[in-house]
Design a protein around this ligand. Structure first.
Ligand SMILES: Cc1cc2nc3c(=O)[nH]c(=O)nc-3n(C[C@H](O)[C@H](O)[C@H](O)COP(=O)(O)OP(=O)(O)OC[C@H]3O[C@@H](n4cnc5c(N)ncnc54)[C@H](O)[C@@H]3O)c2cc1C
Length: 459
């Protein structure tokens, strides 16, 4: 049987674009991709990239203050949100164009339209046009949402944060995950008065307790009002802004309320369930380790599968799918030891087991003592600038028996960059002795990673 396309990719984000390019350019497949919004997806248009540019913008006042301490005659002046937003939009246009031309150069046919699945070998565009296809890749990502709360329509999500008409004076960020924490820091760095409301006990759940406690402490020192154990009960329009009533009975007024309490996979309304594709409780498309659904011709990668929701993971999954199905190189995406960074101020870089997870492993497996190495110090650069509260954490979680490094957690400037490099060693199975016989680079912050002699505790 002949098909219009060998592969039809639904979604032009991180996972979809990679899969389409590899299948076409390296696998020789006839490939089409449908994107209903802007090419590049969440990461490029409303996620990692614009967020990181906002992080850079928000770090400038501190850099200028440091410059003064280092003898420069420097002052910050006012922040022009409109000018920054314009530059940001131009950069996103450029990137979107680059993604589009990469696909076209790879021979991929692009449809700027929503697509749904009609049957295991048929897709339909919003225009009604249909194609017969040998394989379908669902790479439709996820979306933020505002939970059902009275007045919820007054709130925005991360999607809107890049297009605000003006910067607020007072902002409430609801949530305690990495996106909430990053936006709280961004807004604070840009001079906004920020409150965070999180119903859990402490922010950045899932990360190492010592590391996240340190980030939270530094955020409080920057005058971010972190309110834990409380949620928004209702939002109301008030004369001067939005009145947020907390579950603790307290009412506070803000100019902007941003929800970052989670994301949902974009699996609905696609015709998937009716065909027998499994959909999980969180709305995620259920796949096996080859990213294949219960319908053999339909695969899914990226956030829509809700495995590890990060861009490089979506890219790896898309690439592995294309290698397996179109290049004759069976490849499973590897979800072990994935490093990640939280771009708060200070940054948090993390890979592998947290101390708490290691303790859990210890008790689950009987006797498996874990050694904790940790250095907490004031880095030279900020200390000289008089920022005496700024601290750095370097932490290794080590299996006592094998001496293998199971986890690494870094808090401080450049933690994201540092964890990427530490991740190579840890992924290779480095032991503490391997770290120790690596001669330090001096004077750096990261040299502490190879100079921690004795465990601070064994758990
Ligand atoms: C604010 C924010 C910050 C983030 N920061 C980071 C970070 O620092 N590092 C990191 O690794 N990750 C980060 N992420 C996560 C990262 O953006 C995602 O993990 C990644 O984009 C997932 O890629 P994807 O291909 O699965 O989906 P997406 O990139 O979401 O792409 C899916 C695409 O499918 C399209 N689509 C949906 N339905 C249809 C349909 N029916 N027809 C046609 N098109 C459709 C959508 O419009 C979208 O363009 C961040 C996310 C957010 C929201």
């Amino acid at each position: 049987m002949t098909f219009d396309y060998d592969l039809f990719v639904i979604g032009g984000g991180s996972g979809g674009v990679r899969a389409a390019r590899i299948a076409s350019a390296e696998g020789g497949a006839k490939v089409a991709l449908a994107e209903e919004s802007r090419m590049g997806g969440t990461c490029v248009i409303r996620g990692c990239v614009p967020k990181k540019l906002m992080v850079f913008a928000s770090e400038m006042p501190e850099a200028v203050a440091d410059a003064r301490a280092y003898g420069w005659d420097a002052s910050v002046g006012a922040f022009d949100w409109g000018r920054f937003r314009g530059a940001l939009e131009r950069e996103l246009d450029r990137l979107e164009g680059a993604y589009r031309s990469t696909l076209l150069n790879a021979g991929v046919v692009i449809y700027d339209a929503r697509a749904v699945v009609v049957d295991p070998h048929r897709v339909r565009l919003a225009s009604g046009e249909e194609f017969s296809v040998k394989h379908i890749l669902v790479a439709t990502g996820g979306r933020p949402f505002v939970p059902e709360v009275p007045g919820g329509e007054l709130a925005v999500t991360s999607n809107e944060m890049f297009h605000l008409p003006a910067l607020p004076k007072r902002a409430l960020v609801v949530g305690g995950g990495y996106i909430a924490s990053e936006f709280a820091c961004i807004l604070r760095g840009l001079g906004v008065q920020v409150t965070m409301m999180y119903r859990g006990a402490s922010i950045l759940r899932g990360f190492d307790d010592e590391a996240r406690g340190m980030v939270a402490g530094a955020m409080v020192a920057r005058e971010i009002d972190i309110q834990c154990g409380v949620d928004v009960a209702r939002l109301e329009k008030a004369a001067g802004g939005i009145l947020a009533q907390g579950t603790d009975g307290r009412a506070q007024e803000f100019d902007l309320v941003m929800y970052a309490t989670g994301r949902k996979p974009n699996s609905g309304g696609m015709g998937l369930e009716a065909l027998g594709v499994g959909i999980g409780a969180r709305g995620q498309v259920l796949v096996d380790e080859w990213s294949q659904t219960a319908v053999p011709s339909i695969y899914a990668v990226g956030d829509v599968t809700d495995r590890i929701n990060l861009t490089p993971v979506a890219i790896r999954e898309g690439h592995a799918f294309a290698d397996t199905v179109f290049r004759g190189v069976p490849t499973k995406a590897d979800h072990e030891l994935v490093a990640s960074a939280v771009f708060t101020q200070p940054e948090l870089g993390s890979i592998g087991l947290s101390e708490q997870a290691a303790v859990g492993l210890n008790s689950a497996e009987g006797q498996r003592p874990i050694e904790i190495f940790s250095a907490n110090f004031r880095p030279m650069r900020s200390l000289f600038a008089g920022r005496t509260e700024a601290r750095v954490l370097m932490k290794l979680v080590v299996d006592q028996a094998s001496q293998r490094v199971l986890g690494c957690h870094i808090v401080g400037p450049g933690a994201g960059e540092m964890i990427q490099l530490a991740a190579i060693a840890i992924k290779m199975g480095a032991t503490k002795a391997d770290f120790d016989r690596t001669v330090a680079v001096h004077p750096t912050v990261s040299e502490e990673l190879v100079t921690m002699r004795k465990p601070v505790r064994v758990v």
